[in-house]
Design a protein around this ligand. Structure first.
Ligand SMILES: *[C@@H]1O[C@H](CO)[C@@H](O)[C@H](O)[C@H]1NC(C)=O
Ligand SMILES: *[C@@H]1O[C@H](CO)[C@@H](O)[C@H](O)[C@H]1NC(C)=O
Ligand SMILES: *[C@@H]1O[C@H](CO)[C@@H](O)[C@H](O)[C@H]1NC(C)=O
Ligand SMILES: *[C@@H]1O[C@H](CO)[C@@H](O)[C@H](O)[C@H]1NC(C)=O
Length: 264
């Protein structure tokens, strides 16, 4: 029993020494992404550096990339860090602290998010659905974050007339559009009624004809074709009839002339 305790005590001592050696420094506290900054509380030790790494969103757990060594306790977050998680540790000579991890960078931290849009075009109507890249904007700003939907007919020549709809609904049915015309659609965020972040990619689609309009068009064409063909036949018959005699006369001299020719 005593031997047992002894072994445990020695083990604890060894582990303690190891931790001391590896993590001789106090880690930074309260590592967080706030607004557009990664920030932390300074360590109590003097003259320390902080090293920063980040893990881009879809990479493996172990993929940590260096940002920099840092004296300050703040880092401005630029759009390429969207979705990343940061970790920060204190360094002094060969001694380092444990890593401290941040929350992931979200839309509320970078002004480069755009609404993810999906367009559903049917002959009757056009539906537009919008999804946030993450929920942070809605959580932070609620009703003050809105979508500005723009759409316009592509006309060759002349600047297009842009219509817009401002809404915070995620499914929108657009007003009726002209069929067989090419329309483009784009969505941008509004934050407190001002453009925010990036606009979605422009999507263009030709509005299909309704089946009813297509049937009507086919019917109209066949009526027109029938009418034109019968009118032409009528004219042909009339012309032929009217000139029947004249043509006979025209043909006769030729027939008569040949014998005349031979006679001479
Ligand atoms: C590293 O930490 C150990 C234990 O805290 C300390 O004795 C040593 O002086 C430190 N080394 C440096 C370079 O700060
Ligand atoms: C990050 O920096 C450390 C120290 O400068 C270096 O040892 C390590 O290889 C670097 N990691 C990457 C992924 O570049
Ligand atoms: C919404 O978008 C349209 C078209 O791009 C633009 O003219 C309009 O000013 C925007 N609305 C606001 C409130 O920014
Ligand atoms: C957002 O727009 C800026 C400039 O307007 C551009 O540099 C950046 O790449 C865009 N970001 C995305 C995610 O499209």
């Amino acid at each position: 029993m005593i031997l047992h305790l002894h072994v445990v005590a020695v083990l604890v001592l060894i582990i303690n020494i190891n931790i001391e050696r590896t993590f001789g420094l106090k880690p930074p506290q309260d590592v967080r992404v706030v607004k557009s900054y990664l920030q932390w509380k300074p360590s109590n030790d003097d003259n320390v550096l902080y090293s920063l790494q980040y893990n881009p969103k879809y990479k493996s757990e172990e993929e940590w990339l260096n940002v920099s060594s840092h004296i300050g306790t703040k880092l401005r977050i630029t759009p390429e860090f969207y979705g990343a998680v940061f970790r920060v540790r204190t360094e002094k000579g060969n001694n380092v602290s444990e890593w401290q991890y941040s929350n992931p960078v979200q839309c509320v931290n970078v002004a480069s998010c755009l609404p993810v849009t999906n367009l559903i075009v049917t002959p009757e109507r056009v539906y537009l659905t919008m999804v946030h890249m993450d929920e942070s904007l809605e959580k932070e700003y609620g009703e003050h974050i809105e979508f500005n939907i723009s759409y316009w007919k592509v006309d060759n020549g002349g600047s297009p007339k842009v219509e817009s709809i401002i809404t915070n609904r995620k499914n929108v049915l657009l007003p009726e559009l002209e069929s067989e015309q090419n329309y483009c659609f784009q969505v941008e965020y509004l934050l407190y009624d001002k453009p925010y972040g990036n606009a979605s990619k422009e999507r263009c689609e030709i509005i299909p004809e309704t089946p009813e309009a297509a049937r009507r068009r086919v019917l109209l064409y066949s009526i027109l074709t029938t009418f034109v063909v019968s009118a032409m036949c009528g004219i042909c018959i009339f012309v032929l009839f009217k000139h029947h005699k004249k043509m006979k006369q025209l043909l006769q001299p030729v027939q008569l002339e040949i014998p005349d020719h031979y006679r001479e």
